[in-house]
Design a protein around this ligand. Sequence first.
Ligand code: GLU
Length: 281
Amino acid sequence: MKLRKVSAAAATALVLALTATACGGDDGGDSNSGSGGGGDKIKIGIKYDQPGLGLKEPDGSFSGFDVDVATYVAKELGYEPNQIEWVETKSADRENALSRGDVKMIAATYSITDERKQKVDFAGPYLLAHQDLLVKADSDIKEGTDLNGKKLCSVTGSTSAQNVKDEIAPKAQLQQLGGYSECIAGLQSDQLDALTTDDAILAGFAAQEQYKGQFKLTGLKLSNENYGIGVKKGDTETVNKINDALEKMVSDGSWDKAVKENFGPANYKHEKAPKIGQIVQ
Ligand code: GLU
């Protein structure tokens, strides 16, 4: 049974690979978009399960800071909101989605790192977040090192999981799932002791009506996470256009407005707008 499942998955992967090859060179934008943008559609990768950042609402609409940033940028590139096709890009899928040309850009709590820069290019940064821990309101976990031996959840392909393994708590029992929403249930039912990722993401979960009062953030600032917009490696033209759009978004007040609307309800104390090209190590 298990074997059959594996071969079915392998067959799907093969079909996908062949399809990608057959479509060769699709850049995530509409085929008649040309280099200046403004074609029929633009495909943009976001998260679907992160309230306040990238969320697919029950009615099929999309909300969050990443969604607002991407919508603003797309407009500057010549695409109206109804020309955007949102695509879910989970943490572990982002580099491949860009390399394959599944999407033109990704705005999905995507930290700029040297390792990722080997495979993709980044515009930005457009937000500075920090890795933190989400624990039950009555938990006595206060430091990263308190996690050693404890059950911790994070997401495959994230800097959060990597940082835990490399330095924060190498002896924690780390479970890596596909998305952060999958970790929340385990934390709520005491199967997990903590969930770790960026404070901006955790604040969004903690503020959800059904979780109110149940969890707390430790406020540890375990890392600096500089959110960038990922594009295909070598697409300097798009990087430059996105950077111009991000600068405009900050200077015309739209960045502040998006921050207030999306992080206000979660009471997330965000950092000020980063300068384009300035990575906080
Ligand atoms: N910002 C971190 C990262 O890019 C964690 C959040 C995420 O998984 O998207 O890996």
